[in-house]
Ligand binder design. Structure first.
Ligand code: CA
Length: 366
């Protein structure tokens, strides 16, 4: 009851309560506790994995709150354009977005670390850093500067290196390529002489087919096959150095978040954590079969980036990280925390997941 009085008194943004008339006509408790939650996103409606995952989160949140949290979900372009999601939520026009935080790296390079960075963390490593390695605290500090609060809400796992019209046999072959690749991965490509561009998912195909871009990365076989990139570029490279475990996020308006009860915050956290798991499971379950289909049915040519090219990626990434660290004290602290987690968790990955999977697949001939 105390909280309801508080809501009536404060007239909170984003919280409906019929506060003006409540003193005359008592309202049912359910109506007084309703919370409006407008959520925008950077994904096309029903886009497999990213879009359906964001929509599943929205539905789950409505369901576990028994409809009390009234989630209105808007895909990219339905309320604002994909890349306007940040301002829509930071300003308080909407309460939340579902997005990849690296889309905001132009506002601060620290955002990139909360999706994926070159030579970064895999899904399990990322979860370790965010939950137990100080990642969430730094994310909160960064997001707080923009009036936002972020939560993990999905992951694609290791992404493919991208679609190219020609073979990439050395780093020199990247020179002059106009490639859709966002985040710090794009900065690495720029160091190697390519021209990176960031386009929302819904605009990549038309730009690739028209020749406005020469190459693109997106996600992996399941998503990329849906996009039909193979119609314009047959060479499909792996593994992507730029997004080894891309985390998706729910970004919440910080004022909205701060005024929620602890229980409602935990409902949102629980729904987001559930989606973090479900989305990754779906990518893992569907990517292998999708890749087989692309090769067998669409004539896709699978290629692996050579060690030499990877060495070039690594040198360029070091330059990019030096620039990130020079940006600000916070950028430097985010990088240092990330790098420490990569060292500590990565060393364990080497003798746990990597060593085991390597032996299992060798024995089974996978
Ligand atoms: Ca990507």
């Amino acid at each position: 009851m105390e909280r309801r009085k508080f809501i009536k008194a404060a007239g909170l943004a984003g919280v409906t309560g019929a506060a003006a008339t409540a003193s005359v006509f008592p309202k049912p408790a359910i109506a007084q506790d309703r919370i409006e939650f407008a959520m925008v996103s950077t994904w096309p409606r029903d886009f497999p994995g990213l879009g359906t995952g964001a929509q599943r989160f929205a539905e789950r949140l409505a369901t576990i709150s028994e409809g009390r949290i009234q989630v209105q979900y808007f895909s990219a372009g339905e309320r604002v354009g994909a890349f306007d999601s940040f301002d829509e939520v930071a300003s308080g026009n909407a309460q939340g977005y579902h997005a990849a935080e690296y889309y905001w790296k132009g506002k601060h390079p620290g955002w990139a670390f909360f999706t994926a960075v070159p030579f970064g963390l895999t899904y399990t490593e990322m979860n370790g850093w965010i939950r137990w390695g100080g990642g969430q605290e730094l994310w909160d500090e960064l997001a707080g500067q923009f009036g936002l609060k972020g939560l993990m809400c999905g992951n694609t796992g290791v992404q493919m290196g991208g679609w190219f019209r020609k073979e990439i046999n050395s780093a020199d072959d990247l020179k002059g390529l106009k490639m859709r690749i966002p985040g710090l991965g794009g900065d690495v490509m720029a160091k190697l002489g390519a021209s990176p561009v960031s386009l929302p998912g819904g605009q990549i195909y038309e730009n690739l087919v028209s020749g406005a871009i020469d190459a693109t990365e997106w996600v992996g076989p399941w998503n990329d096959g849906f996009m039909k990139f193979y119609e314009a570029a047959k060479f499909y490279y792996y593994p992507g150095m730029h997004e080894p475990g891309s985390m998706l996020a729910v970004g919440l308006n910080a004022d909205f978040w701060g005024k929620l009860s602890k229980a409602d915050q935990m409902l949102i956290e629980a729904a987001a954590a559930a989606e973090n798991d479900w989305m990754m499971a779906e990518y893992n379950a569907k990517s292998g079969a999708a890749l087989k289909g692309l090769i067998a049915d669409q004539g896709v040519q699978l290629r692996q980036f050579s060690d030499d090219i990877y060495d070039s990626f690594g040198e360029a990434a070091e330059e990019v990280f030096e620039e990130v660290r020079a940006h600000s004290d916070l950028a430097s602290r985010i990088y240092d925390s990330f790098a420490q987690a990569r060292t500590d968790i990565g060393a364990w990955t080497n003798i746990s997941d990597q060593a085991y999977v390597s032996q299992r697949n060798r024995v089974l001939g996978l």
